[in-house]
Design a protein around this ligand. Structure first.
Ligand SMILES: [Zn+2]
Length: 306
């Protein structure tokens, strides 16, 4: 069992508003922080959300537009001043390394922790952990940009304690081995794991679009997401503007969520022209049943579906 929650730290497109900061999303999973974009000023909400400055952390940059990456410098420096010691893995397109190295050189930032920059040069799996993986797909934006998916590996099935007790299996190590799919011998008798443990249960899949036009490629990439976070810069009357600027309307985000068989759609990255983004929500809900609006500091808990 791994707890999972999504905390939005910044939900505005291009420029901040009085209520919304620049793009940043944190997925906290089993104590690890997976951060998608670090818009300028996100560190204030990061501290306020009490997410922890010394947690295991990976940072993913969707693209190198200023409102999505400029917060990295201050965020790293703040964690350093607060005594972070754990290494951070950071992922992004090839110029990310140059962006970080050059800025750190010019400003002469010394950090209390190591950073490892992983340059993404192709689509596919970019991080593989024991119980989940992260993959990327090219987005359709005005500069090289990536969308990301967090996908958990299937979880072991449900352990039938009643049956295990009936078969006089001692608790402890044998339970653990059976749960892990191993067959065991008890009192000279072979007991198969699948007699005691049910079939594997689906892990969760979370998609994060970054800035993009909707595309067939992304529709496939986000297939059957439990939660899909998709940019929703404009209402549908501004579709022409969305096409020109390589962004999406909330209707387009909802269509993609529906066509990819995704569950909950969370809209974010709202143009500053919408003081109240409810208009974007209302339009999206005409297409897809389960839609919510992100707002700064709003948390969504992501339960298992099985
Ligand atoms: Zn943006």
């Amino acid at each position: 069992m791994a707890d999972m929650k999504i905390v939005f730290l910044g939900t505005s497109a291009a420029i901040p508003t009085q209520k919304r900061g620049l793009s940043s999303i944190v997925v906290k999973r089993a104590g690890e922080l997976l951060i998608f974009d670090v818009g300028e000023g996100m560190q204030k909400n990061f501290l306020q959300a009490k997410l922890g400055i010394n947690k295991k952390m990976k940072v993913f940059i969707t693209h190198l537009h200023i409102d999505h990456c400029l917060g990295l410098l201050g965020f790293f420096q703040t964690m350093s001043l607060l005594g972070r010691t754990k290494k951070i893995d950071i992922y992004g397109e090839s110029r990310l390394r140059e962006f970080i190295d050059e800025n750190f050189r010019i400003i002469n930032i010394g950090l209390s922790f190591e950073i490892t920059i992983h340059v993404i040069d192709k689509e596919g799996i970019i991080a593989n952990e024991d119980d989940y993986q992260i993959s990327c797909c090219r987005a359709d934006h005005s500069v090289p940009a990536y969308s990301y998916c967090i996908k958990e590996h299937p979880r072991p099935g449900i352990f039938n304690i009643e049956k295990a007790t009936e078969l006089c299996i001692p608790k402890g190590d044998l339970y653990r081995r059976l749960q892990n799919g191993e067959d065991v011998i008890v009192g000279g008798k072979l007991i198969k794991s699948n007699e005691i443990v049910g079939s594997k249960r689906k892990g969760r899949k979370i998609g994060i679009s970054g800035d993009t036009r909707p595309s067939l490629k992304l529709r496939n990439f986000f297939d059957s997401c439990d939660t899909l976070i998709f940019e929703s810069t404009y209402i549908h009357d501004y579709q022409k503007k969305a096409i020109e600027t390589f962004h999406s309307t909330s209707v387009e985000a909802a269509l993609l969520a529906k066509e990819s068989n995704s569950g909950k759609l969370i809209l974010t990255h709202f143009s500053s022209r919408y003081n109240d983004p409810k208009i974007l929500l209302d339009e999206a809900r005409t297409i897809h049943d389960d839609v919510d609006l992100a707002e700064d500091m709003k948390t969504f808990y992501i339960p298992y579906t099985e």
